[in-house]
Design a protein around this ligand. Structure first.
Ligand code: ZN
Length: 150
């Protein structure tokens, strides 16, 4: 009876060894890149990669240039007034800034002599919106990103 147990154990051990040898010798090809791992785990392209897939040419299913979501994103009509209002607001802001003294930066040489004088550059604190008149539609992602497509 004991020799049957010993043979059975030997057969099981041999099967395990064979399975491990086959598993270790199986060709796995090249290692996955970080982007491939991201895609495998989330089912979508990495945002940095998706940005290169995002296009301003109309496509119903498209990548969001911000978060990389591939979807049939919502659309809205273009509104050329957005940029016009921004431009008018910037012009008013610059008029107000005319009277405000700007910070002046002096760059000095090591020995103490003056090298250059730089005036502070004014920059309107509101980010410039896209010129929506250049596009046929504005796409809206669930992440809040809006972008134009022609
Ligand atoms: Zn998005």
């Amino acid at each position: 009876m004991d020799w049957i147990r010993i043979v059975f154990i030997c057969v099981v051990v041999a099967m395990i060894v064979c399975a491990l040898m086959e598993f270790s010798s199986r060709s796995t090809g090249e290692l996955l890149t970080e982007a491939e791992v991201y895609k495998a785990m989330t089912g979508r392209k990495r945002p940095s990669e998706a940005r290169s897939f995002a296009t301003d040419q109309f496509s119903a299913w498209t990548y969001c240039p911000s978060c990389g979501e591939f979807d049939c994103h919502a659309m809205r009509e273009t509104n050329p007034d957005v940029w016009t209002k921004w431009s008018a607001g910037r012009a008013k802001w610059l008029e107000v800034q005319e009277g405000v003294p700007r910070q002046r930066i002096e760059l000095r040489q090591f020995g103490g002599g003056r090298l250059r004088v730089i005036d502070e550059v004014l920059s309107y604190p509101v980010r410039e919106p896209i010129h929506e008149s250049e596009y046929a539609t504005i796409r809206i992602c669930q992440c809040g990103k809006e972008w134009g497509q022609k």
